[in-house]
Design a protein around this ligand. Sequence first.
Ligand code: NZQ
Ligand code: ZN
Length: 389
Amino acid sequence: MLGNFCYSNPTKIYFGDNSLNYLNDELKNYGKVVMLIYGGGSIKKNGIYDKVIEILNKNNKTIVEDAGVMPNPTKEKLYEGAKIAKENKVDLILAVGGGSVIDYAKAVSVSAFCNSDPWEKYYLKMEDVDNKIIPVGCILTMAGTGSEMNGGAVITDPASHLKIGHVFKDNVFPKFSILNPTFTFTVPKYQMIAGIYDIMNHITEQYFSGQDDSTSDYIMEGLMRSLIRSSLIANENPLDYEARSNIMWIATWALNTFVGKGKPQDWNVHMIGQSIGGVTNATHGMTLSAISLAYYHYIMPYGLPQFVKFAKNVWNVDTTTKSDLEVASEGLNKMEKWMTQLGLVMNIHDLGVEESMFDSIVDGTFASDSGYKKLTREDVYNILKLSMK
Ligand code: NZQ
Ligand code: ZN
């Protein structure tokens, strides 16, 4: 561990199949008006909405609803939510859903009292919050993003095709998050596996960087091994509580800032994937799976020792009589096999990407330079080309 860091995470987690009961305790800490934010209606079909409403009523809360948060929430929706929150003098925002709903709730929490255009301030100019923040609580219904215990809030402007994430400081993290694995049982398979790959990629984005012998890497290897095992079980039987609970907990740890401490971080798969999302509105996790193999093969020569470690410690590759390059490649091949077995989208053409969109995707890619290879625009073009098939 060579890096210097400060670690703090203020989100209180309630985990398990009885965790919703703790909403009663938490509600006592906030005022009367609760803004209930949710997505396109899955919580009404699976009964979570009724359970939450019952608890809010029992605690004499005034409920202000803001429904219809779409996957990849838009800036127009954000303006609407900020207005609702301000006009109703909301005391607590309660987000019930997946990453899109929770990201949106955080964005609303910092935008309600913002004196300028929040899209411009937080996303185009990347400014910090300097106004009142409405507290956010979460009830997570889908595992993937880690938004339940971090400051990330990704918003899309469909007109400019820009999808941008602002990682806010810990004053914007949810105050509490309720994680009941049974709530994820109804997530459609496509979304479940997209979430699983999102988790994997959050870990690899932090794993493939740095040169030192880092405790963080050992922790990540353990998380990846557990994810691989549980994902295959959940893929066969989505109602397997043990597997779904492991996946939910790994998702939280993969991106609650803990495993990246003391390391440089890469994030270029996310940067390219996010840009693809801005152009196509594709599901987040699938934008990552569709470019990952091309990207990792591309950067492997620049970070070979870490790819060898990944192959040995995560994928149990036998190293006998093999060169480092062979071992590292076999690791990626095993990852590819796992991804195919899950049923992930493996190329960007299947997400609707055409070569004519490349310029726009490259323009919207804010490449980081702390991975093993500093990406030029040409590199991004090459990776897109390699990801087409
Ligand atoms: O909208 P509803 O009807 O609720 O349906 C959702 C949505 O269609 C459905 N769903 C969620 N829980 C369900 C369910 N359906 C049935 N039963 C349930 N229990 O799943 C669909 C996808 O939901 P969404 O919230 O969009 O998925 P996810 O959790 O993957 O979130 C994706 C968003 O998070 C951002 C992504 O860019 C994307 O905008 N990210 C946020 C991050 C963060 N805060 O740190 C980091 C990530 O890298 C990511 O960028
Ligand atoms: Zn992600």
